[in-house]
Design a protein around this ligand. Sequence first.
Ligand code: SAM
Length: 287
Amino acid sequence: MSTHGHHHDHHHGRHAHAGHGSHDGLAELLELDAAVLHDYHAGIVAWVASQGPARTIADLGAGTGAGTLQLLARFDAATVTAVDSDDAMLHRLAANAAARGLGERVRTLRADLDAGWPAGLDGLDLIWAANSMHHMADPARVLRDIGAALAPEGRLALSELDAFPRFLPEGAAGGIEERCHAAMARRREQDMPYMGADWSALLGGAGLKVESERRFEVTMEPPLPEAATRYAHASLSRTREGLADLLTTDDLATLDDLLGDGERSVLRRDDLSIRAARTVWIARPTA
Ligand SMILES: C[S@@+](CC[C@H](N)C(=O)[O-])C[C@H]1O[C@@H](n2cnc3c(N)ncnc32)[C@H](O)[C@@H]1O
């Protein structure tokens, strides 16, 4: 789920995800996210599948394949074109699909959607875009291209995080998580204006009719399983990297304690939870 972004957008020289770090860190985080929140993602894809069948699917900004793999599982006669601007992501995605015996039903396509719509990617029954559209420099243009690339009965499933996930109990460690979220919000205002945008309005403006909208919440109560604790650690590490220039020295020291292997480490805490939410819109072309 939580689909954190990379610290620096290669295409535009801006921070591509509010307060997050390195590329490998993102891939690792996406894979932990897919594993830890597998059932939650499956629930979203099941809801999308309940809206109608699909044989040709594109996953835009597919990352390491969390969505692609779930789509292949749910739409068992479908092929998925996984589109991403990042070769390393697609490489991992292809390996993840092959490891599950699904390689033959996946095509990877390296394309920067900010540079234009990929030739030949059209007539699609379903376009899935999870936490990727807010990375686009001009999502309105990409949404118009999506409308043109859908088959007449095709649909877009757009999924966007409402906020980054939270892990610590409220106010824990002197309220560090709250201050990190406030700093991430400040960074997003500059670097990622479309995160938390009015997607209904953007979809309508692009000639797409919203048929359904649903908010999905995830709450995992303590004690978390081991992989979920690692997910919390990976997420906070990226926060630490991405916010190094925005937090006080004291806050960075607190984060270092949480991320270290001492007794204050998140890896030793038994009070972590996961609290996250995303909204999914299903939209169809009107023309
Ligand atoms: C936060 S990740 C989400 C990955 C995946 N959809 C998921 O939910 O796990 C965003 C992905 O969008 C890709 N991306 C960002 N800007 C892009 C662009 N202009 N064109 C294509 N892909 C892009 C990134 O490389 C990254 O893999």
